[in-house]
Design a protein around this ligand. Structure first.
Ligand SMILES: *[C@@H]1O[C@H](CO)[C@@H](O)[C@H](O)[C@H]1NC(C)=O
Length: 560
C-alpha cells in the first residue's frame, strides 16, 4: 500500500515538474528536458533515495514516450494544409473541363483541407492532454480563416460567430468572436469587441467593473445605470436611442425598469490592457456571481474590514442567483432616478458623464428613403478618448444608401431590426484562384526575375443581413446597404478611428465624382464628359435612394 502510494505521488510529482518544464522550455530539446527533470527529482527533499530513483525513471519514461509520439506524428505534421489546398486548386484549374466540374473539384480540395486541419488540431489536443494540462488554447493561436470571399467572408458575422458569455434565468450576454480570430485583415481593430446584453423586465444587474472602456447603445427598453466613484454616485435613466460611455474600472450597476420589454444593450468594448480580451469583476456577490473578495485569505479580509470571519462568510456566500436577478417593484422604483438624465442640457454638474440621446438629434441625413443619426466627440466628449463615433441608420423598406466610403474610420455595424443585404468592393480577398486566372503573363515575368505584381482587383463581398448580423467595413472600401422590400433595416454602427473621418458619397447630389474636371473625367473614363455626367448627375436624391427593385429604368429594361 505504502509503496503504491509512494509511486503515485512520484508520478504526480514528475507530471507537475513536466508541466513547469514544458511551459518554460517548450522550445528546448528532449535531452535538456530530461536533464532538468532529473535535477528537479534530486532537489525534492521530501523524497527518499528510492523515491528519487523512481522519479528519475519516470522522467526517462516520459521523455521516451514523447519522442516516440513525435516520430510517429512527424510525417503528418509536416503537411501544410494551406499549401496542399493551393496546389489542389491549381490542379483543378489546369484540368478544367467546364465551370461546373471546376467548382466540384475545388470543393473537394476544400473538404480535404478542413479534414487535415481537424486532424492536426486533434493531435495537438492529445499532446496537451498527455502532460496533464488540457490547456485552454488562447484565441490568438487559433487558426485564422483563409482570406477567400463567399457569404460575405470575412466581413460578415452571423449566429455561429457569437458565443454566450453569461446565461442566467433573467438574461444573457453574448460576445462576438475576436476580430483577428476571423482574419488578419482586422489587425487594425484587434482591440475591439462587440457584445449584446439582454435583461428581462424588472431585473437588477449586480455591480461590477470591467478592465475595458465600453460604449453602449440602448437598442430596446428602459433602464437606469448607476456609476460608482470614490466620492459620489451618478445615476442615469436610459432608453432606446441612448448612447453612453462607461469608463474602464468604474463600478456600474443597472436595472431594467420596464414592465414588459427586455432591455437590450449593444456594446463596443475596448480593453485597456489585454489586447482584445476583457473580464468583468464582481465585488458585491457571493457564489454566483463569484465575488472577487472570495479570492482573498480570510485573515486578510478580517484585518481589512476589522470584522469577524463569521460575518464575512455570511455576506460573501449568500448570492447564488447569478449576475442578473429579479427585483421587486418597490426596489425598481427606488433605483429609478430622474436626476442627471437630462443631457445635453442638464447633467453639467455631473461632469457630463450622462448618456446622449442619439435618436433625439436632428438626423445628419434624412429623406423618404431613410435617415442617419450620428454622434461623435464634438457632440459627446466622452467619445473623444476612444476616438469612436456612433451612427444609427434607418433605411426605409426597399431603399438603399448611396455607395460611399469612410476616409479613415473602420465601421462595425450591428443589424438591430429588419432584413436586407450588403455589398462591398474589396481588394484584399479573392475567390479561389481568381487572381492567377486573370494574369497569364506572370509566369513570363517571374522567369525574368521581376517581382510579380498584378493589377488590383476588387472582389464583390456580399451577404444577406438580418437581425443580429454584424458587418465590418474598413476605411476606403466602397459599400452599400439595401433594405428588404417588406421591412425597414435598422443598423447601429460603431466607427473606430473617427477623428477627421469623412463619408465620401459615390452617387447622389453630393457625389464626389461630380467635382472632377471635364478633362480629367474624359481622360479617366476614356469617353466624353457629357456621357459621364449623364450617369453621375441623374440621381437627384442625397444619401438615401430608392433601392434596385424600386427604380424605374428610363431605358425600359429592368434588373431582376
Ligand atoms: C425607422 O423609421 C420608421 C419610419 O420609416 C419608424 O417607424 C421607426 O420608428 C424608425 N426606427 C427608429 C428606431 O427610429
Amino acid at each position: 500500500m505504502g509503496l503504491l502510494k509512494g509511486k503515485v505521488s512520484v508520478i504526480l510529482l514528475v507530471f507537475s515538474l513536466l508541466v513547469v518544464l514544458c511551459a518554460s522550455l517548450s522550445v528546448s530539446k528532449e535531452d535538456q528536458q530530461l536533464r532538468l527533470c532529473k535535477e528537479h527529482c534530486r532537489q525534492q527533499r521530501q523524497l527518499d533515495s528510492r523515491q528519487r530513483h523512481q522519479c528519475e525513471t519516470a522522467c526517462e519514461e516520459y521523455i521516451r514516450e514523447k519522442e516516440r509520439r513525435e516520430q510517429r506524428d512527424e510525417p503528418q505534421s509536416r503537411h501544410d494544409p494551406g499549401k496542399e489546398y493551393r496546389e489542389c486548386r491549381q490542379r483543378c484549374q489546369e484540368e478544367k473541363e467546364g465551370k461546373r466540374q471546376e467548382q466540384v473539384c475545388e470543393s473537394e480540395c476544400e473538404q480535404r483541407k478542413i479534414e487535415q486541419e481537424r486532424e492536426i488540431r486533434r493531435r495537438r489536443d492529445e499532446d496537451d492532454e498527455i502532460v496533464g494540462r488540457k490547456k485552454e488554447r488562447s484565441e490568438d493561436e487559433e487558426e485564422e480563416e483563409e482570406e477567400s470571399s463567399g457569404k460575405g467572408r470575412p466581413y460578415v458575422f452571423d449566429d455561429q460567430h457569437w458565443s454566450t458569455k453569461l446565461k442566467a434565468e433573467e438574461g444573457r450576454v453574448r460576445v462576438l468572436q475576436k476580430f483577428t480570430k476571423r482574419s488578419k485583415l482586422f489587425k487594425g481593430i484587434e482591440n475591439f469587441r462587440v457584445l449584446i446584453f439582454e435583461a428581462n423586465p424588472q431585473t437588477f444587474v449586480v455591480p461590477n467593473h470591467w478592465d475595458a472602456d465600453v460604449v453602449l447603445f440602448v437598442a430596446q427598453g428602459k433602464g437606469t445605470v448607476s456609476l460608482v466613484y470614490t466620492d459620489r454616485r451618478e445615476s442615469f435613466n436610459i432608453e432606446r436611442g441612448h448612447v453612453m460611455v462607461i469608463p474602464a474600472g468604474v463600478t456600474a450597476y443597472l436595472i431594467n425598469r420596464g414592465n414588459n420589454d427586455k432591455l437590450i444593450l449593444v456594446k463596443l468594448i475596448n480593453p485597456v490592457s489585454n489586447i482584445g480580451k476583457f473580464e468583468s469583476f464582481f465585488g458585491p456577490g457571493g457564489d454566483n456571481p463569484e465575488s472577487y473578495f472570495n479570492a482573498f485569505s480570510s485573515d486578510i479580509l478580517q484585518a481589512a474590514f476589522k470584522t469577524s470571519e463569521d460575518s464575512l462568510k455570511r455576506i460573501f456566500s449568500q448570492q447564488r442567483e447569478g449576475a442578473i436577478i429579479k427585483a421587486s417593484e418597490e426596489q425598481i422604483r427606488a433605483l429609478t432616478h430622474e436626476k442627471g438624465s437630462h443631457w445635453p442640457f442638464g447633467g453639467k454638474g455631473s461632469r457630463g458623464s450622462g448618456p446622449f440621446h442619439l435618436l433625439r438629434q436632428n438626423p445628419r441625413e434624412s429623406n423618404d428613403f431613410g435617415s442617419l443619426f450620428e454622434v461623435d466627440s464634438n457632440d459627446y466628449r466622452q467619445l473623444r478618448d476612444l476616438n469612436v463615433a456612433v451612427a444609427f441608420a434607418n433605411i426605409t423598406q426597399g431603399s438603399m444608401h448611396t455607395p460611399y466610403y469612410n476616409s479613415r474610420a473602420t465601421k462595425i455595424a450591428v443589424v438591430l431590426n429588419g432584413k436586407g443585404y450588403f455589398e462591398m468592393a474589396c481588394p484584399h480577398v479573392s475567390k479561389s484562384g481568381h487572381k492567377q486566372q486573370h494574369h497569364h503573363h506572370h509566369n513570363e515575368k517571374s522567369r525574368r526575375g521581376e517581382e510579380e505584381t498584378s493589377p488590383v482587383h476588387y472582389e464583390k463581398i456580399n451577404s444577406e443581413l438580418r437581425e443580429g448580423s454584424v458587418f465590418v467595413v474598413p476605411p476606403a472600401h466602397p459599400f452599400v446597404t439595401v433594405a428588404s422590400e417588406d421591412e425597414n433595416l435598422e443598423v447601429i454602427c460603431f466607427e473606430i478611428n473617427a477623428e477627421n473621418n469623412h463619408k465620401f458619397p459615390l452617387a447622389g447630389q453630393r457625389n464626389i465624382l461630380k467635382n472632377i474636371e471635364k478633362e480629367a473625367k474624359e481622360l479617366a473614363f476614356a469617353t466624353s464628359a457629357e456621357e459621364v455626367d449623364e450617369v453621375f448627375r441623374s440621381q437627384e436624391e442625397e444619401f438615401f435612394f430608392k433601392g434596385p427593385r424600386q427604380q424605374e429604368h428610363r431605358r425600359g429594361y429592368s434588373i431582376i
